[in-house]
Design a protein around this ligand. Sequence first.
Ligand code: NAD
Length: 438
Amino acid sequence: MKISIFGLGYVGCVSAACFSADGHTVVGVDVNLSKVEIINAGQSPIVEPNLDVLIANSVANGQLRATASVRDAVLSTDLSFICVGTPSASNGSLDLQYIERVSSEIGNILRDKQQYHTVVYRSTMLPGSVENVVLPILEKNSGKLAGTDFGLVFNPEFLREGTAIMDFRDPPSTVVGEWTAKCGESVVELYSNLSAPMVRTNLSTAEMVKYADNAFHGLKIAFGNEIGTLCHQVNVDSQQLMQIFCLDTKLNISPVYLKPGNAFGGSCLPKDLRAISHLAHTFDVAVPVLDGILISNEKHKKRVLDLVVAQGKKNIGVLGLSFKEDTDDLRESSTVELLERLIGRGFKVCIYDRNVSLARLTGANKLFIEQELPHIATLMVDSVEAVLEKSEVIVVSNRSNEFLKISKLMNPSQKIIDLIRLFAPEDFIDGQYFSVVG
Ligand SMILES: NC(=O)c1ccc[n+]([C@@H]2O[C@H](COP(=O)([O-])OP(=O)(O)OC[C@H]3O[C@@H](n4cnc5c(N)ncnc54)[C@H](O)[C@@H]3O)[C@@H](O)[C@H]2O)c1
């Protein structure tokens, strides 16, 4: 394919070198003339292992050249990759001035181009940036319609400096965020040589993925450093500890606990987080990440409460009471807390949880509910249907196949707050389905 790459920094140079080495004809574009000259001299403007060799070869065999001319680049290629910088502004917001400038320049040239051209953004941008900032600029300057007259794609870059070529050639996945399905076709074809899973999605999801990735990378490092600092205080070898930690690919390094939904609770997580934060404070070790976990969980519980209150209905039914499915354990259940707050505010509540139904409870849990939560015990009913009969809003807080029937049984005036994404939102009529997470 014929590809132009705007912005010859780390991302742009690596993309230009790899695409050209794969046999594509690549034109690099930069406003920095010295970068253009360096590339045309067959050299790399950045330090990155093996990049100089790839660039030298591609320039020598005519697969790669650089220019400062947007017109030359857009008219001589079918796809333009945008890899310009998106730095932080002084208040921490994202500075899109380079994106805006390059988009308006490309838009101006698209006005004169007869053939379909696809513009692919690789620069990291907040969700909504391509649709709300880039698309209007491209359409205004070109006088054309995105999707119909030109392609618009967001394709996040996952490379790490230092191993950039390896990462480019062997990414964990390839994400193509497309304005319309037609927009992404040439990009999908371009990456067809990669074995990584190909994900086609909308623009905002593709933009957001990059932020979720980088937030998680930062979180992992900060978490590791806080745990390591605590290890130091208690004479534990942090490297060995983390090796043991990483052996757990069932719960630790795994998709488990990465399903946005309800707040956590139970007999272990809150208690153990309190204990480890307390331990750190006894050593005067600041652990804002560990401290922040319970604070974040409390905020999430508040969001759930606010969502229930915002429905403006008095009769609330709750499906699932224990701290998670398939247990009768109520200790620090976030649903019990929600109920107590609702009851305290005068809501009428009824609850169904097969595992917690009084008739089935024995031993410690029976005693716990009778002594600690007698008021909640009196609100329990014995079927999903009984909850539906009494409630204007139904909160689903645990996963159970038994609850699935409510989407068929609910009447149009009843609302559902699905805390665990048990249902597909589209199974309900407009204004009936609510969730605290997207
Ligand atoms: N560096 C990384 O490891 C990495 C990894 C993934 C994603 N990203 C993202 O990719 C984007 C680029 O990052 P980078 O580190 O390669 O940036 P960089 O600052 O190294 O390079 C940006 C280049 O864009 C050029 N430029 C600015 N305006 C231009 C215009 N109108 N036309 C042509 N060129 C123009 C600049 O002169 C510069 O050479 C950023 O959004 C960044 O967040 C970076």
